[in-house]
Write a protein that binds this ligand. Structure first.
Ligand code: FEO
Length: 385
């Protein structure tokens, strides 16, 4: 695949992975993108996951036309992109390693080698000429590790964006960009909204016609406009769509029944509802929806005078990513001493700008006429939002 006549794709699709980053399901696999820029000098942009190093080296070889690379640019040291550094350095001993100063100690830690005799330091304002084209480096700390750099080629109006603007999913599967880009962003970069904002400000000063991320498709035209719009929303924790996320953690199904009754009432009036069983559904998608929509209902059983553990985990995921600026409602269940609502609310006490509804619901074991009426009142309040 040619990105430009001088820029070749040499990444790989991974359909063997069970969990990306050891935690995220990826039903459509994952892509580890890598690119080769062929000019008077040749630069390889990043490496791939450890399982695919031989295939990646073969891909590189297939576009070199007998030449050898001059540079390996390491934009990010997370192992899904850095695992091939040692193999590359061994195969091409004349090539130099180009990366941020913070990356070389990480190479020492991962590979026992910091390439001191063959390194080039990349930082803001540093450029590297390949001949007709220039690599201009831009630091992007915490998007999503501290050593991250982006690389801009002004002559091509092209930005290599590291993890930014990436998504879950291999490149040989057709799917909408937004959904898996959002789940990826909120899950992996969601905590670092301020840092993403800083990168967006740097990117605004560049004339960009093409974005080459480390995951997901190359973006051009409307794809760039859409990605920048979404990143502006996501990195400021703004509401993306009107709707209600209902997340429930139920032991014997009674709390689930309340969540379903509420969902049905809301949907009958045309409200968009996304509902998740936190014990069985993809937690990362539930987190994604909590950030996407403006209203969140947390429904949980009491357990050990605390909240049922799946809900505790879910709220931990939210607060770790700076959950804020949403309307929140609680449904709690408890057979003798309901405590879940107090625990859930306490877990959110440091979250900014949350609005709590008035009609929270307490169930004693199973729904009855009183708690069903309370659910109806909650539905009314949520519909009025
Ligand atoms: Fe795709 Fe942060 O690694």
């Amino acid at each position: 695949m040619d990105i430009r006549p001088c820029i070749k794709y040499v990444g790989v699709n991974d359909h063997e992975i069970d969990l990306f980053e050891g935690q995220y399901i990826v039903p459509n696999g994952m892509a580890y993108n890598s690119y080769v820029i062929i000019d008077q000098k040749i630069a390889v942009m990043d490496t791939v996951d450890a399982c695919f190093i031989d295939r990646w080296l073969d891909n590189i070889e297939s576009v070199l036309d007998g030449r050898t690379p001059d540079y390996l640019v390491v934009q990010h040291m997370e192992p899904d992109h850095s695992s091939g550094i040692q193999a590359f350095a061994d195969r091409y001993p004349e090539a130099q390693i180009v990366s941020n100063a913070k990356a070389f100690p990480m190479m020492q830690a991962f590979f026992g080698e910091d390439y001191a005799s063959r390194r080039i330091l990349a930082a803001d304002g540093v450029t590297l000429s390949l001949g007709e084209r220039t690599l201009a480096f831009v630091t992007a700390p915490m998007v999503h590790w501290p050593e991250v750099i982006l690389t801009y080629i002004p002559e091509e109006k092209l930005l290599f964006s590291a993890d930014a603007f990436g998504k879950f999913g291999a490149l040989d599967v057709e799917e909408e960009w937004d959904c898996e880009a959002r789940r990826y962003y909120i899950g992996i970069v969601g905590k670092y909204g301020a840092q993403v904002q800083a990168v967006l400000k740097k990117a605004a000063g560049l004339d960009i016609e093409c974005i080459c991320p480390l995951h997901g498709p190359v973006l051009t035209g409307d794809g760039i406009t859409n990605a920048l719009t979404k990143y502006q929303i996501w990195s400021t924790y703004a509401v993306e769509d009107k709707g209600v996320t209902i997340a429930y953690a139920s032991i014997y199904g009674h709390t689930a029944a309340a969540a379903i009754e509420l969902a049905n009432t809301l949907e009958e009036t045309g409200v968009t509802v996304e509902m998740f069983d936190l014990a069985r559904d993809d937690m990362a998608e539930a987190v994604e929806c909590a950030f996407r929509y403006d209203r969140l209902v947390l429904a949980a059983s009491t357990y050990n005078n605390d909240v049922f553990p799946f809900m505790r985990t879910f709220i931990d995921h939210l607060t770790a990513r700076n959950f804020q600026s949403r309307t929140v409602a609680f449904i709690e269940n408890g057979s003798w001493a309901p405590a879940a609502q107090k625990v859930m609310r306490g877990m959110l006490e440091n979250s900014k700008n949350l609005t709590y509804v008035n009609n929270n619901v307490t169930i004693k074991s199973a729904l009855n006429d009183d708690s069903s009426a309370a659910l109806a009142a909650l539905a009314q309040e949520l519909m009025a939002e």
